[in-house]
Design a protein around this ligand. Structure first.
Ligand code: FAD
Length: 556
């Protein structure tokens, strides 16, 4: 680049700041100015719930970089409290309002990058503007919540919305000693995941004394006694509380782009190409405000996550500097800690694939291995759901919930999905192993092996939701004690170790469906019976998966 290019960036947090810093690393001569209407740049939104929970105790720890650091280390000028109000595309000029002075001025650009993020949804409900009803997006938001809790010595809070920010706020308010109530319109929290996979999360919320209102929404807010707020739910239930946190999702900030006539996609985000360029060749857009392609489903949509925003910022800078980097798309890889549990996700869920009419091409398996070798003290089970294509074994999605080692497995699968890997690749994946960290057959290998067995015809699968209609004989191969504790009403019990001696008790004219606690002993039984000429299916994930399905059914 010969002439001194002028790069202006709107929004100085995840996408904007990473774009600015990358642009400087690629060009010492560019003039780079970053505008943010807020009071901070480059702060850790993702840390805000933990500041409310007092886990992060100093507000300054939320600042990844300051305007001073941007100036000194990167020679990037940051202008805070500066709202970019309009874009004059024809003259490549933006209009900026200095929110401190109330003045407006223009700035010319060669390249403009939009990273304005998203804003929390505040539904138009009666009483929504009452004091004590908060959203969480910025450092001042989190400060106000903390001040409110301290000023009124709050002991109760209602979190509206059970997505990941709602769950993180629930955990942190609970950690601060507040009694928390969660109100969620759907029949489950963590709506990205399939319902049965969040059953352990519902259990842990209840175990920790969190009140859970599922299938319910807020109808109105009213002023309660003193500072308190009274909520009336759609069900008619009423709750009085010290504060309310709204966590019902975000909408992309697109007004600036819309006003400038940039293309907006069907999902409501700014439309961009693989280099993060908008419909104007001099303007790029990144982060929560843009619409991106899902690598698994091919659908476009808005995916408000920090990882994609950072990567996109880097790619926009590359593109401005003439490099050919391309954004590969998103797969929604995410993780949330909820009290003593961790839940993580990547790719597509069963319900999304069903909605898109793609489920017929897919198969799923469940497994519940220990997070490390079971012989080493402290192994905790991970419940894994794994979705792959029947035709070629390509990995489509994975969901995991447990107490330890959850995100590590989902990270491995996330990379496999991005590389277009199959279940056969996971069978062969060479992963870290020492007994305190994993298993010689890691849960990821096991998922690959189980799925590969299905595709090779070594295991015929059945699923719990098919049991009622099956007409098959249910064979419970667990120990007598386990069977006595709980079992399917119509199941016959032959413990696996007695199977060969008692095989004559099993009818040859019926299909046999085997099950145990997690699906492993029943797989061994199915292999034995198959080799003796029986027509057998193994119910994936065993009785543990059945219990998760039952909890889900009960709550819906
Ligand atoms: P933002 O980070 O929101 O930055 C946009 C900036 O642009 C804002 O500072 C705004 O003031 C400014 N701006 C907007 N319009 C203008 C304008 N016209 N002029 C000037 N400035 C403007 N993601 C994860 O992956 N993992 C997590 O654990 C996680 N936790 C989160 C927890 C919370 C509480 C929140 C709120 C978000 C969390 N996220 C998490 C999401 C993640 O923070 C966002 O995806 C990411 O910050 C998006 O980056 P962005 O640059 O698009 O937008």
């Amino acid at each position: 680049m010969s002439k001194k290019p002028r790069i202006l960036i709107v929004g100085g947090v995840a996408g904007g700041a990473s774009c600015a810093a990358r642009a400087r690393r690629l060009s010492e001569i560019a003039e780079i100015v970053m505008f943010d209407r807020g009071t901070h740049v480059s702060f850790a939104n993702c840390g805000l719930p933990y500041y409310v929970g007092n886990v992060i105790q100093n507000e300054e720890d939320l600042l990844v970089a300051t305007p001073q650091l941007f100036k000194e280390r990167f020679n990037i000028e940051v202008r805070l409290r500066s709202n970019v109000a309009a874009i004059d595309r024809a003259n490549r000029r933006i209009e900026v309002t200095d929110l401190e002075r109330g003045t407006t001025y223009g700035e010319d650009y060669d390249y403009l990058v939009l990273s304005p993020g998203a804003r929390p949804i505040r539904p138009n409900l009666p009483g929504i503007d009452l004091p004590g009803i908060f959203s969480l997006r910025t450092i001042p938001d989190s400060r106000q919540i903390v001040e409110w809790i301290e000023q009124f010595e709050a002991t109760q809070a209602v979190v509206v919305g059970g997505g990941y920010i709602g769950m993180e706020m629930t955990e942190n308010l609970h950690t601060r000693g507040l009694k928390v109530t969660v109100v969620e319109r759907l029949s489950q929290v963590m709506p990205l995941l399939d319902q049965e996979m969040v059953a352990p999360i519902h259990d842990t919320l209840i175990k920790h004394g969190i009140s859970l209102y599922l299938n319910d929404g807020v109808a109105q807010f009213e002023k309660g006694e003193g500072h308190r707020i009274k909520l009336t739910l759609q069900s008619g239930n009423q709750i009085e509380t010290d504060l309310v946190i709204l966590c019902i999702g975000v909408r992309p900030h697109t007004s600036l782009a819309e006003k400038a006539g940039l293309d907006i996609g069907p999902g409501g985000g700014i439309q961009v190409d693989g280099q993060m360029r908008t419909s104007d060749p001099h303007i790029w857009a990144v982060g929560d405000a843009v619409e991106v392609r899902d690598v698994v489903t091919g659908q476009t949509g808005v995916v408000p996550l920090a990882g994609p925003a950072n990567r996109q910022g880097r790619i926009a800078a590359d593109s401005i500097m003439g490099r050919s980097s391309t954004f590969r798309g998103v797969q929604g890889t995410s993780v949330v800690g909820i009290l003593d549990h961790v839940v993580a996700f990547t790719g597509a869920s069963e319900k999304t694939l069903k909605k898109l009419g793609m489920w017929d091409q897919m198969e799923k398996i469940y497994l519940h291995p220990g997070h490390h070798a079971n012989y080493y003290p402290g192994a905790e089970p991970i419940s894994l759901k794994f979705i792959f294509k029947k035709e070629d074994g390509r990995i489509i999605g994975a969901q995991a919930v447990g107490q330890k080692g959850v995100e590590k497995r989902i990270d491995v699968v996330a990379m496999a999905i991005q590389m277009g890997a199959t279940v056969f690749d996971l069978e062969e994946a060479e992963l870290c192993y020492a007994p305190q960290f994993g298993s010689a057959k890691d849960p990821v290998n096991m998922a690959g092996m189980i799925a590969a067995n299905v595709l090779k015809g070594d295991a015929h699968l059945a699923h719990w939701e098919e049991v009622e209609e099956s007409g098959a004989l249910m064979l419970d191969v667990r120990d007598v004690m386990e069977y006595k504790q709980d079992h399917l009403d119509e199941a016959v019990n032959i413990p696996i170790d007695e199977l060969r001696q008692r095989m004559q008790e099993i009818p040859r004219d019926r299909e046999i469906w085997t099950y145990c606690f997690v699906g492993q002993r029943s797989y061994f039984a199915a292999r034995t019976l198959t080799q003796h000429g029986y027509n057998v299916k193994n119910i994936s994930g065993g009785f543990k998966t059945f219990s998760m399905h039952e909890t889900a059914k009960f709550l819906s």
